[in-house]
Design a protein. Structure first.
Length: 693
């Protein structure tokens, strides 16, 4: 390639070229000149000298051209430097190569290892053409591409690995997936194909089914809604379909706390579980009548009053108030009714009288007892007969009783004790009668679900059944649900065993939402261990969910596009599958552990599929789904917003200011401080975003 030819080429390729003398300043000019000498020597088998010239040229120009390479007329290497042209390369006429390109090879075999470049080819900066294939005439290779196979003539290729996007002036779409490489379009198509198959399966199941079934499928009625719900009934010891007494409505009675002290963590479990049961029933479209009492007169309250110098009523008032604070902290919905024993005295006296009249109770020395030998079904809930119960129970010996298992309905007041008047003298009711009375008053003689802790099965619930069914002559509760214990130090948490932690103290250490989440993370019929490691894992799990909600909330307001983008409707569809899984778990005897797992999977899916490149609508849709599921379990996602975040916002602002003033020491100190508080910062083009880690 002569001097004149070089001059013409440079003039043509570089619009910045002005003076002919400049030609000597182009590395490309020198590289081509040296290569002409090297190649001449190479062809005459002076291999060492040829290579020497090539290497001198490389040190001088920064362009390495093997002396063996064949180069056509009019090669121009723009910006010079870093170009490597391999030994068996053949380059056609009028080729333009930008800096950093490699026309190399990957094989170690002797023979043709480098590409053949056609005429009028443009090779962008940083391109690698690796292999002995041909790059056709008039082709263009986009910057940064890695070419691993033949490039047809008149085409444009881009990407890693490079693929043809334009050929003979037309866009090429079908050849996007040149080798196996994840392609978003193909992924969307596959997902759609899966959905179609699923729909076809459902349609084929309906083919041949009765007309009625097809109609039910198209328009699910209320029975269809409840048919899937199963509750483990302590009475039958198996999971039963939940069919409510009244369509679309459910009645629940939950035995509440005795208010003689702060609640302990063991008390929190039935509160949280049955609140979640109620929330799920609401989610399924039921109206729920939820009654939870306070036992505000009891031996324990009287003893507490004696030791503290307050009256029993004052003790009960104080701890009712404190219990309500805890219950609110746990985010339990307010019961439809929360009656107190001391306010239901007339009804209690009436029911005791009715039991005496019917021959199920008897008076003895100012006390009234229930005669358990008169009630055939006594022991049915606990699955034991009277003899077994007598043998197993620590029965209070009392000469006034006819049978050891008889229990007290009314007891006479001792001097100084609170008292109410009755046909049997002044006194107060026994513990069990209140629930029979309140359930009847607020829910009716028969209702749907009676719930409480496992330790209430006997004697409390057994006695409630005996009282109510004897008095009313009807089935009392239709489904009995009992939650298992909370263990502390490997033992059941219990006030009487002096192995307990108050809910208040625990809430100060771990917060109420974390305790609620910890309780929900296990199935209610298995015991759980209240241990620091379990609580920590609940805490990080809850934060993971909140963090995801925070990101979704942010993107739903700040993402670049407004409406759903291509492929996003498939993501929305996929997200609905997590709702299905959640509902299936809850339908299966309120398996909150699996329901929480479905939420975690949704979080994982959302984290993987939503970014600032998503649409706001997608982020909003996933946020709505996540919030809906969390609301069913009483997990509040708004807490971060409800928290006072102004302090964090202020710190973030101060850090920005410090960075602007190049005071990086202060900026880093603020970042560390925020990190200690569990706040992560992300610097984005549109500002700084903070999230909970
Ligand atoms: Zn009760």
């Amino acid at each position: 390639m002569g001097f004149r030819q070089q001059l013409e080429t440079i003039k043509k390729r570089d619009p910045a070229f002005k003076s002919p003398l400049e030609v000597f300043l182009y590395p490309s000019f020198w590289a081509a000149g040296f290569h002409a000498i090297g190649h001449w020597l190479y062809l005459r088998r002076r291999f060492f000298l040829a290579r020497l010239v090539s290497q001198l040229s490389r040190s001088f120009t920064g362009i390495e051209i093997h002396p063996g390479a064949t180069i056509g007329r009019g090669l121009f290497i723009d910006h010079g430097m870093g170009v490597v042209i391999g030994e068996t390369c053949e380059i056609g006429d009028d080729v333009l190569i930008y800096q950093g390109a490699t026309l190399g090879g990957t094989g170690k075999d002797v023979g043709k290892r480098h590409p053949t470049i056609g005429n009028n080819v443009m090779i962008g900066s940083g391109v690698k053409i690796l292999g002995p294939f041909k790059v056709g005439d008039n082709s263009r290779i986009g910057a940064g591409s890695v070419v691993l196979r033949e490039v047809p003539a008149n085409s444009t290729v881009v990407g890693v690995p490079a693929r043809v996007v334009n050929r003979n002036g037309k866009r090429e779409v079908n050849s996007l997936d040149q080798i196996k490489f994840p392609d978003p379009l193909i992924m969307d198509l596959n997902r759609l194909r899966g959905q179609i198959t699923e729909l076809e399966k459902r349609i084929s199941q309906l083919e041949g089914a009765s007309k009625k079934r097809v109609e039910r499928f198209l328009k699910p009625n209320k029975n269809e809604r409840t048919a899937g719900m199963k509750i483990y009934n302590t009475m039958s010891r198996k999971k039963e379909d939940f069919v409510p007494l009244i369509d679309n409505s459910a009645s629940m009675y939950v035995c509440g706390p005795t208010v003689y002290d702060f609640l302990h963590v063991g008390n929190a479990r039935p509160l949280v579980i049955f609140d979640s049961v109620r929330r799920y029933l609401l989610h399924k479209g039921f109206k729920v009548n939820y009654v939870q009492n306070f036992t505000d007169i009891d031996d324990k309250i009287i003893n507490r009053a004696k030791s503290s110098g307050a009256t029993a009523l004052e003790v009960a008032d104080l701890y009712t108030m404190e219990a309500k604070k805890d219950i609110e902290g746990l985010n339990c919905l307010e019961p439809t009714s929360s009656p107190r024993v001391t306010e239901e005295m007339d009804e209690i006296v009436k029911m005791i009288q009715l039991l005496i009249d019917k021959g199920y109770a008897y008076e003895s020395e100012g006390s009234v007892f229930y005669n358990t030998s008169r009630f055939d079904r006594y022991g049915r809930l606990s699955g034991k007969n009277l003899d077994e119960l007598v043998a197993g129970a620590r029965v209070e010996k009392n000469e006034d009783k006819k049978n050891d298992m008889d229990f007290v309905l009314w007891k006479p007041a001792k001097p100084g004790e609170p008292r109410w008047s009755s046909p049997w003298g002044e006194g107060r009711p026994g513990w069990h009668i209140e629930c029979s009375v309140m359930a009847k008053k607020y829910l009716g003689e028969t209702f749907d679900i009676h719930a409480g802790g496992e330790d209430l099965i006997f004697p409390h619930h057994e006695n409630e059944i005996a009282q109510s069914e004897a008095a009313n002559g009807k089935t009392f509760a239709r489904y009995w649900m009992h939650v298992s214990f909370v263990n502390l130090n490997g033992m059941k948490m219990s006030k009487s065993l002096n192995n307990f932690l108050t809910l208040r103290d625990a809430s100060e250490e771990y917060s109420y939402p974390v305790i609620r989440f910890f309780i929900l993370s296990a199935h209610y019929r298995s015991p759980i261990d209240f241990s620091p490691s379990q609580l920590r894992s609940a805490q990080s799990g809850l934060e993971r969910i909140k963090n995801c909600a925070g990101v979704l909330r942010y993107e739903s307001e700040n993402a670049l596009s407004e409406n759903l983008l291509e492929g996003e409707s498939a993501i929305v569809y996929d997200a609905s599958q997590f709702v299905k899984r959640f509902e299936m778990s809850m339908d299966d005897d309120f398996n909150t552990a699996n329901a929480v797992a479905a939420i975690f999977d949704l979080v994982k899916y959302a984290n993987a599929n939503v970014s600032s490149n998503s649409s706001r609508k997608l982020a909003k849709s996933l946020l709505d789904t996540l919030s809906e599921l969390c609301t069913v379990l009483g997990i509040s996602l708004d807490e971060a917003a409800a928290d006072d975040t102004s302090e964090i916002d202020e710190l973030v602002r101060k850090r920005q200011e410090a960075r602007k003033n190049k005071d990086y020491k202060t900026a880093d100190a603020i970042r560390d401080e925020l990190s200690k508080r569990g706040i992560a910062l992300e610097d984005r083009a549109d500002g700084v975003r903070w999230t909970y880690k």
